[in-house]
Design a protein around this ligand. Structure first.
Ligand code: ZN
Length: 234
């Protein structure tokens, strides 16, 4: 099979217009080609199949991005909430808040566990910020930490629901209401772990800058290559 360049001719004088670059018109941005022989302007149209697949790909990648963002935000919030719940025992001595506890007991396993937990939170926040890009970082952080708080509150609400059900239907419940100090401790730990995870914003911003710059460089390389090709053809 022979490969030929795409071609179309001027409807008025039949000059080949396939090689001429289409400039977007100032009003509608349509790809307008002006015939060099008779200066008749025509609008270049892409094949409808190509247009369809282009639109499909664009919509598909947009939906995938949204799903990925929502998934990571909810998943991240759930994981941080889980970490706060786990840390109920890790960071406390008899329900007393002390963030240095895992590091001062001299237990290397506990210290490692605490470090990994905090490191995971930092990585999580980093990937959330990178995924949202610069546009909506504060939105993403607020949503994620808000969800975490919501999950932590719902966890307590379940205790209340179970206790109420136990009273209503007269069955024995082995849960008890959290003490005020326990609730306070949990939310202070949320503040501690949450602010630790915010450390992830810094590398994310730096990495984001690097990625954006390399994107721009790649685009410029491609543009120069295309320009060179066009020069060879003309
Ligand atoms: Zn013409």
């Amino acid at each position: 099979m022979r490969i030929v360049p795409r071609s179309h001719t001027c409807p008025s004088c039949l000059t080949e217009l396939g090689r001429i670059r289409a400039a977007p018109d100032p009003h509608y941005g349509l790809p307008v080609v002006v015939c060099p022989s008779c200066s008749l302007p025509t609008v270049r149209q892409r094949h409808p199949d190509i247009e369809f697949w282009r639109r499909f790909r664009r919509v598909h990648s947009a939906i995938r991005g949204v799903v990925l963002r929502i998934g990571l935000t909810i998943g991240g919030a759930a994981l941080i909430a889980l970490f706060v719940m786990v840390s109920d025992d890790m960071f406390t001595i008899h329900g007393q808040f002390s963030p240095e506890y895992p590091f001062t007991t001299g237990d290397p396993q506990l210290a490692m566990g605490a470090l990994m937990l905090l490191g995971t939170c930092v990585l999580l926040m980093m990937s959330v910020v990178l995924l949202y890009r610069h546009r909506s970082i504060f939105f993403a952080i607020t949503i994620m930490l808000g969800l975490t708080l919501l999950i932590l509150t719902i966890d307590y609400t379940f205790v209340w629901i179970e206790r109420t059900m136990a009273q209503l239907f007269a069955f024995l419940s082995d849960t008890r209401y959290p003490r005020r100090s326990e609730m306070m401790g949990r939310f202070i730990r949320f503040a501690f772990i949450g602010s630790c995870s915010l450390l992830g914003v810094v590398p994310a911003l730096l990495l984001g800058g690097i990625v954006d710059r390399s994107d721009r460089r790649r685009f410029r390389r491609l543009l120069n290559k295309r320009r060179k090709q066009r020069r060879i053809h003309d």
